[in-house]
Ligand binder design. Sequence first.
Ligand code: PLP
Length: 394
Amino acid sequence: MEKKVYLDYSATTPVKQEVFDAMLPYFMAEFGNPSSIYQIGIENKNAISEAREKVAKLIGAEDKEIFFTSGGTESDNWALCGAVRMLRKEGKNHIITTAIEHHAIHHTCEFLKEYEGCEYTYLPVDEKGRVNPEDLEAAITDKTAIVSIMLANNEIGTIQDIKALSDIAHAKGVLFHTDAVQAIGNVKIDVKAMGIDMLSMSAHKIYGPKGVGAFYLKKGIKLPNFIQGGGQEKGHRAGTENVAGIVGFGKAAELALENIDKHIAEVSSKRDYFEKSLLEKIPEIEVNGDTANRLPGNCNILFHYIEGEALLLFMDMKNIFVSTGSACSSSSGAASHVLRACGIPEELALSTIRFTVGDLTTREDLDYAIGEIVQIVEKLRAISPFNKNNKWQV
Ligand code: PLP
């Protein structure tokens, strides 16, 4: 079989065998509707409760604080829409977030501005992608309804000091949400100790299925219901539950928690080997992000004098799968808003590749990828229309 090397674990992850096995019965044998009050319905309801406990445990929450959704995007929408809809009557319609959030946050801000008259502020970040707590403090006004700052960035992997940031929001009486889609399973999370009021998660980043996620809502916070319909998820998020998906998410969360130390150690060691090898073998490349405090699998590299997209396509021809930015925006051709926010000029931001390694990445995969990348970079630089200043030659 042809060798295929997947180095895009931040885009999505393969479902683990144990997760798949746990899900399988819920497609056929255990097909009941969890709202039905006879046996095969109740069995499904119980399976959802078990999954809820497992997901809650992963972030140090109580199970009644977890609501299943269709994924990270929906959870992010719920946090922002819920907060401004709840607090609008108190004159609060302002959202504070950062310049490096996922589009699930940015596009929700833009939507709420256009259709619901909200305002938003994007906090700047430094060259490593870190938010300065003083900037947050200065941005909060008496109209601020919610602060939303991602726990870990999906492109450069930078991990924020969430406790310092949530403390500032709370000192001013403002709700604090974090998008932890990339962080769960990769960073130890305790929502209570970190002062988090709302948190977004997604199953497919932790070896679970796509199309299922969860929203943590601290008990006592009364957001308006997000999706109207039947009484599922205590009426907050109606719609017949994706039972197989939820069970898969529960299993993936259980495995992620059990293996978190091993996962962090092994994945960061593979990433370090890969990164060090590229830095040794290829001149004029740079690592983006906060190398002292980033996601274990993340390696975001700027290859001077090469267009990232060309590199990606040549790697694709060699069966090496990576991305130039987040999977959701990589087809846009525009420079990454995350790298631009870190102060990287547009032409350099376009010369960047995000590699992310994961549990199934082998040393052999990495050696194959390193060998091919060295050759591709040489080939592309030989024909590059960029000069040494990264400007087009005329
Ligand atoms: N937030 C971040 C940081 C992400 O990386 C992603 C997906 O890549 C999402 C939100 C969206 O999650 P989902 O794909 O589950 O909708």
